[in-house]
Design a protein around this ligand. Sequence first.
Ligand code: ATP
Ligand code: SF4
Ligand code: MG
Length: 331
Amino acid sequence: MIEENYAVRAVNLEKHFPVSSGGFFNRNQQVVKAVDGVSLEISKAETLGLAGESGCGKTTTSKLLLNLYPLTGGKAYCNGVDISTLKGKDLKSFRRNAQMIFQDPYESLNPRFNVRVTLEEPLIIHKMGDEAERHQRIISIMNEVGLKPAEQFLERFPHELSGGQRQRVAIARALILEPDFLIADEPVSMLDLSIRAGILKLLQKLIEKKQIAGLCVSHDLSLLRYLCKRTAIMYLGRIVETGPTESLIQKRYHPYTEALLDAVPHPDPDKKYCLDKIKGEIPSASNIPEGCRFSSRCFKAMEICFHQPPRPVVVDENHWVECHLYMSNRS
Ligand SMILES: Nc1ncnc2c1ncn2[C@@H]1O[C@H](COP(=O)(O)OP(=O)(O)OP(=O)(O)O)[C@@H](O)[C@H]1O
Ligand code: SF4
Ligand SMILES: [Mg+2]
């Protein structure tokens, strides 16, 4: 164990999936570099945003931070402990302390469990409290997530709840174990626009109140602006910019961040999305461009970008960018 200020720290995380392509007799073994050198830190009582296009590696990074996949490379620490070394009681305690809220509450809840059983199950697994104490805890967390009066919801099954109520149950299930690390992976993207703000406000309130270290994953920067003081931008397996969310949005250092911000729908419904800055689709994670991985789509690419990967450069306080535009020492 090492002493440190961060609740969560990842150093050079890698997850490479071997995949086969081609016919039965002509199989090629390829490697999908879903996560390819990700470093990040999250302090206690801080929520870091993680944004990027579909397929850039956000969920895989989240799963690595929760020790749900073995690492191809790098290290992940939680409260100073290398999580890949955890076994037995320590691993069980980590599983209790690190929770995840998934994108689709319908998929993450067991359709055969009513709300009471859904919320009691983790308490039983982790041997927390007797029956009366568990009941108290369930009622109290249901009140906190706005499922009240609790008695009205306790016996309902997922199909008897609205999408927003289901996501509240999923949040309650994640928080009932009082975790100190919480990952919310696209927590509102499956919900109607009209109920997104309510769920986000709830998440923000609970994370602050309980002083949790949070990671909020989304492709929508406007959502992260609301929830996270600091955000990391991910592209094709790597974080290309990290900084205070406001500074990142105002200053638009990395061309990919700029393109992502311009891809947000315009508030005026008559105006179209501004997607023209990004050329084509995100390349395959099994065929990453040489040099800067964004070079095949970057509207600011220079000659050097096509053969030399950029190094991270500090551009402002607590703000760094991986791009040749900011490397004073170009070679
Ligand atoms: N088990 C797996 N085996 C092989 N490839 C995988 C596996 N899981 C993910 N990938 C690939 O890794 C890359 C990153 O996937 P990931 O799900 O982490 O992306 P994401 O950023 O969460 O995308 P989305 O926004 O669509 O949820 C993708 O190319 C995906 O196809
Ligand atoms: S390094 Fe070059 S290609 Fe990559 S983002 Fe910067 S300008 Fe664009
Ligand atoms: Mg995902």
